[in-house]
Design a protein around this ligand. Structure first.
Ligand SMILES: Nc1ncnc2c1ncn2[C@@H]1O[C@H](COP(=O)(O)OP(=O)(O)O)[C@@H](O)[C@H]1O
Ligand SMILES: [Mg+2]
Length: 252
């Protein structure tokens, strides 16, 4: 039988030693993501969302269980799984252009590398700021540069850890549209961790709701609305409500 899932998370357990107590962060955590799917994860603070993304990235290892990508167990980082953190984390001594092109390395010929850097700078709406340094950028522009730096690698999996949470509503909406553009271009798997339920419904095919720690998936909402989505439509609002209901009932 052909494997339907591109990414398979099986019975993950991860705990940490904190102040002499063992804190269970993820316990029997399971999920599957198919080819080209965009999935959002919402859940209370501290329930293990970032921990989970780090495991998928290969930055950390589960104590029990495993994560398979294309049928192969993940146990180290790989440029094919890109991570965008909440903080843009740009290199302060490099221009936008050099930050965006940083991961491309010498394996690409100069001309092609230059073309690609420009393509991704344009795609995230930073044209004209190629030579700017991070201290000259607004928060939104730094986020755009940080997204471009990951997207330019054209990874098969993009892990987004609340990348827009520090931004104002207008900037956020505009960058959300850039994320959609990039997703449509290469169709990577996207796993988006967000506190913003509207953002989750706007961007994702499917939303997973997590419980308090130890984090487990307690509900799933399929969005099934064509893009571009109207945030004020009845069906959009109904999806938001469905998620809020699951979160509200999580401890009952
Ligand atoms: N490296 C670590 N060492 C000790 N405790 C950690 C570490 N990383 C996360 N934790 C703990 O794990 C829990 C979940 O953290 P995290 O995955 O960051 O939650 P979330 O992203 O859902 O807010 C928190 O209680 C946090 O203190
Ligand atoms: Mg987090």
């Amino acid at each position: 039988m052909v494997e339907q899932w591109k990414l398979k998370v099986e019975h993950i357990y991860r705990s940490y030693e904190n102040c002499e107590a063992r804190v269970e962060v993820l316990n029997d955590f399971n999920m599957e993501v198919s080819y080209g799917e965009s999935v959002a994860i919402v859940g209370p603070s501290g329930c293990g969302k970032s921990t989970f993304l780090r495991l998928v990235a290969g930055l950390d290892k589960p104590e029990r269980g495993r994560i398979l990508y294309d049928g192969i167990e993940i146990n180290e980082t790989d440029p094919n799984r890109g991570f965008v953190f909440q903080e843009p984390n740009l290199f302060p001594w490099l221009t936008v252009k050099d930050n965006v092109g940083f991961g491309l390395k010498a394996r690409k010929v100069f001309k092609e590398k230059k073309r690609k850097i420009q393509e991704y700078i344009d795609l995230v709406g930073l044209s004209g700021f190629e030579e700017a340094f991070p201290y000259q950028l607004s928060g939104g522009m730094a986020s755009r540069a940080s997204l471009a730096r990951t997207f330019i690698q054209e990874p098969g999996v993009i892990l987004l850890d609340e990348p827009l949470s520090a931004l104002d509503a207008f900037t956020k909406e505009s960058i959300q549209n850039e994320i959609l553009k990039i997703w449509k271009k290469n169709k990577p798997i996207i796993i988006l961790v967000t506190h913003d339920i509207e953002e989750a419904v706007y961007l994702s095919d499917r939303i997973l709701v997590m419980s308090d720690r130890p984090g487990k998936i307690i509900g799933q909402v399929m969005v099934g609305i064509d893009h571009p989505r109207d945030r004020t439509s009845t069906e959009f609002v109904a999806k938001r409500k469905e998620i809020l209901e699951i979160l509200k009932n999580k401890n009952e």
